[in-house]
Design a protein around this ligand. Structure first.
Ligand code: ACO
Length: 363
């Protein structure tokens, strides 16, 4: 009996939700390629696509409106508990507030969990900065309302479109670490809040959803395109991992990197300006790819979703400390869909471990 470290290559679930083609660099979500969704379907429509068949009452529901109403419902939790989390970092505050949503497997619980990350992260950021949280507007789309409650004023439609494209891009992605965590908990029939809390905790780490903040730290440290070669060589010589590069499944460029680069360029176009930060990032990316090929010749390391996530969220003026929270705003629909699929069709997930410790002394 051998151990598959990292469960590499192990298929642990059948799913109708998404397919990640790591060799070809394609992502399919419920029968649509990423290109057919990003910039073509609003986030709410992609949520409806992901959740289809998993909840009674979903067919025919106006999800934009129901999500707006759910935002207003969970905002009541902010009002009740505002002093309890004002000092916590945004991710921890968001997770603590989500944990207070009663567990359940019904559509109402799902809607509150879908709404919660956007509401709680805006409130947490504002409270930490000594500002008042802003009440959700139930008539707005999720992206528009998130930016409005975060900034305190209505966002330009180019900004809303860019955020919406981001949320669609990250909505689901096979059996990544956070989704697997959600499915493990769902397999015990614990309830959707428990599944989302498990997923959030897995997402937080820098090898998964915690990478985009450090991508910007890297760009700041490099400073100019001329410094990229020496800085990256030194980082690789130390054995550091370059944030925003490499992936367990993709052996080619992550298709989400291109989708987000496109969204960023469209945002810059809508604002009518070129972006020096983007020019620096593209230079750093090219240097990093060349050096990764040279230093890790046996391994196909390419740009992953987090590199352009960092640039897009920075351009949208989202604080660096909240990047992973915004990932959760987009991914929570995927977690809930996977959790429901697991509960309805799956079996308790209970793999084996191989004991390599000492045996008891013979009596
Ligand atoms: N920079 C430098 N070297 C790297 C990188 C990187 N970003 N990624 C992998 N490598 C190297 C490893 O050091 C290892 O080298 P070695 O064989 O000489 O020891 C080799 O490539 C293989 O690495 P693994 O650990 O097998 O790759 P794994 O599949 O476990 O890791 C991961 C995937 C965690 C994403 C990794 O590429 C990484 O740490 N990247 C940086 C963090 C990051 O961007 N995370 C976001 C991922 S996307 C997402 O989850 C949403």
């Amino acid at each position: 009996m051998t151990t598959k470290a990292g469960l590499d290559g192990v298929i642990a679930a059948d799913t109708v939700l998404s397919e990640v083609d790591g060799e070809g660099g394609h992502l399919i979500v419920r029968g649509f390629s990423l290109d057919e969704l990003v910039g073509r379907r609003p986030f709410e429509e992609v949520l409806a696509l992901l959740l289809a068949d998993f909840f009674e009452g979903l067919p025919g529901l106006d999800l934009k409106r129901s999500l707006g109403e759910a935002r207003a419902e969970v905002f009541a939790i902010v009002e009740r508990r505002r002093t309890a989390f004002a000092d916590l970092p945004p991710f921890d505050a968001m997770r603590a507030l989500i944990a207070s949503i009663p567990d359940g497997d019904d559509l109402q619980t799902a809607l509150q969990l879908l709404a919660a990350p956007a509401v709680f992260v805006s409130a947490a950021i504002r409270l930490r900065a000594g500002r008042e949280p802003i009440r959700p507007d139930t008539t707005l789309g999720h992206s528009a309302d998130f930016l409005r409650t975060l900034r305190g004023s209505s966002a330009h439609e180019g900004d809303v479109a860019a955020l919406d494209q981001y949320l669609v891009t990250v909505a689901d992605h096979g059996l990544n670490a956070s989704t697997f965590a959600a499915r493990v908990v769902a397999s015990t029939h614990a309830g959707l809040t428990s599944c989302v809390i498990a997923a959030l905790s897995a997402l937080k780490g820098p090898l998964h959803g915690g990478a985009p903040g450090p991508v910007l730290d890297m760009l700041d440290a490099i400073g100019t395109a001329g410094n990229a070669q020496s800085w990256i060589e030194a980082a690789l010589a130390r054995g550091d991992r370059l944030m925003g590069f490499g992936h367990r499944i993709y052996r080619v460029r992550d298709p989400r990197a291109n989708a987000l680069r496109g969204a960023l360029k469209a945002l810059m176009g809508a604002r009518g300006r070129t972006d020096e930060r983007l020019a620096l990032a593209e230079a750093v990316e090219q240097t990093a790819l060349a050096l990764l090929r040279r230093e890790k010749p046996g391994r196909s390391l390419d740009t992953n979703v987090e590199f352009y996530t960092a640039l897009l969220l920075e351009a949208l003026e989202i604080p660096r400390a909240a990047f992973t929270c915004v990932f959760a705003v987009g991914r929570v629909g995927g977690w809930i869909a996977h959790a429901r699929e697991q509960t309805l069709n799956g079996r308790l997930i209970r793999p084996l471990s191989r004991y390599i410790g000492p045996q008891p002394k013979a009596a």
